[in-house]
Design a protein around this ligand. Structure first.
Ligand SMILES: *Cc1c(COP(=O)(O)O)cnc(C)c1O
Length: 354
């Protein structure tokens, strides 16, 4: 077991922060002064190190580059008006990370390294958490196989790292979405529920094709019949039909169990909506639209929180929505932000103080 006292800490001699303004900083481009790095070898995790942010030296035969044993997480930390910093539901990301690790035949990362290491790292780079409204610190834990060998087998060496990136308001313009009925993101038995690198690489071609047709993203459908909707790009998806919110269930393992998704379900229920997690077909969505019962359609994820969908195209059928009429999605976003920026009491125990 690793205790925080066991971390080896090397501080950067000067901070890059003096050259960067955190105001409206773009997502994922700038990284803080320090990072956490720890190696797994011979069946055990070595001493975790927090050190100046720097490149990783690697051998060209590094297994992850060839066979894709690589997983990650995305988490955010926020500062309230008093300047206190909190992380949003990190324990859930920790659990999900090790679920991804198991599916990819990688060793679990101990809680002492993932959770305590993350807090320690953020404490050290605390000045990097922006205090401007709607800004946050994006936290990216990741692990990859680091064995130097091109043999196809689970690696015996891994590297786990955490890097931090300050980010400004991530405005996501209302999206036009192409309902995908040829390319596949995930099938039952596959790795759809894991936050593993290959899922994103594999999605890029279909997304680029949809962009050529003038769409922002694809709405993935099931691999067998292309009938049931799954996820929208790298976001979970919600449909408000009448007074019921419907989001695809997680049963078949084809959908990433989003922490924003879970939070949105809780908040929608508090707002008085009935929430159903169940299979939903594109036909049901079209029928609801034709009957005038389809209201808000939106995606959820850590980066943007909520992204409105203003158009869905299925084959030649185009549904355009009047997003100015929507009530649910904007209110969910407002309530979530109020919790995250400490404007209301955190009754769910979602915010973890650093
Ligand atoms: C990360 C991710 C989500 C959203 O998960 P959050 O925990 O809400 O950030 C949804 N779908 C995919 C494919 C993802 O990678």
């Amino acid at each position: 077991m690793t205790a925080v006292e066991d971390f080896k800490i090397t501080k950067a001699s000067n901070s890059k922060l003096k050259d960067i303004s955190l105001e409206n900083i773009p997502f994922g481009k700038y990284f803080t002064d320090h990072m956490l790095e720890v190696d797994y070898e011979n069946g055990e995790w070595k001493t975790p190190e927090i050190k100046p942010y720097q490149p990783i030296l690697m051998d060209p035969s590094l297994a992850a580059l060839h066979y894709g044993q690589a997983i990650f997480e995305g988490i955010k930390a926020y500062k309230n008006d008093k300047g206190e910093a909190f992380i949003f539901r990190p324990q859930d990301n920790f659990k999900r990370f090790n679920i991804s690790a198991e599916r990819m035949q990688m060793p679990p990362v101990p809680e002492e390294i993932f959770m305590d290491g993350m807090k320690l790292l953020i404490e050290i780079d605390n000045n990097w958490i922006p205090s401007q409204p709607n800004h946050s610190l994006y936290i990216r834990p990741f692990m990859f196989s680091s064995e130097e060998s091109v043999g196809v087998k689970p690696s015996e060496k891994y590297k786990f790292l955490i890097i931090l990136s300050p980010t400004g308001p991530y405005y996501s313009a209302p999206m036009r979405i192409y309902v995908e009925e040829y390319f596949v993101r995930a099938a039952a038995g596959g790795v759809g529920f894991a936050k593993t690198a290959g899922n994103y690489g594999a999605a890029m071609y279909a997304t680029a094709e949809a962009k050529k047709k003038g769409y922002d993203q694809v709405l993935w459908t099931d691999a067998l019949e292309h009938k049931y909707v799954q996820e929208c790009g790298t976001m979970n998806v919600f449909f408000i039909i009448g007074n019921t919110a419907i989001t695809p269930d997680l049963e078949s393992g084809t959908i990433l169990s989003g922490i924003t998704r879970d939070s949105v379900i809780v908040i929608l229920r508090e707002m008085g909506y009935r929430v159903e997690e169940r299979p939903i077909t594109i036909d049901e969505i079209i029928e609801a639209h034709k009957a005038g019962n389809l209201h808000d359609v939106f995606g959820t994820g850590t980066a943007a929180t909520i992204s409105l969908i203003k158009e869905l195209r299925y084959k030649d059928y185009v549904m355009e929505y009047d997003i100015t009429q929507w009530k649910a999605a904007p209110e969910v976003l407002e309530r979530l932000n109020a919790i995250r920026y400490g404007k209301v009491e955190d009754t769910h125990g979602w915010m973890v103080k650093i």
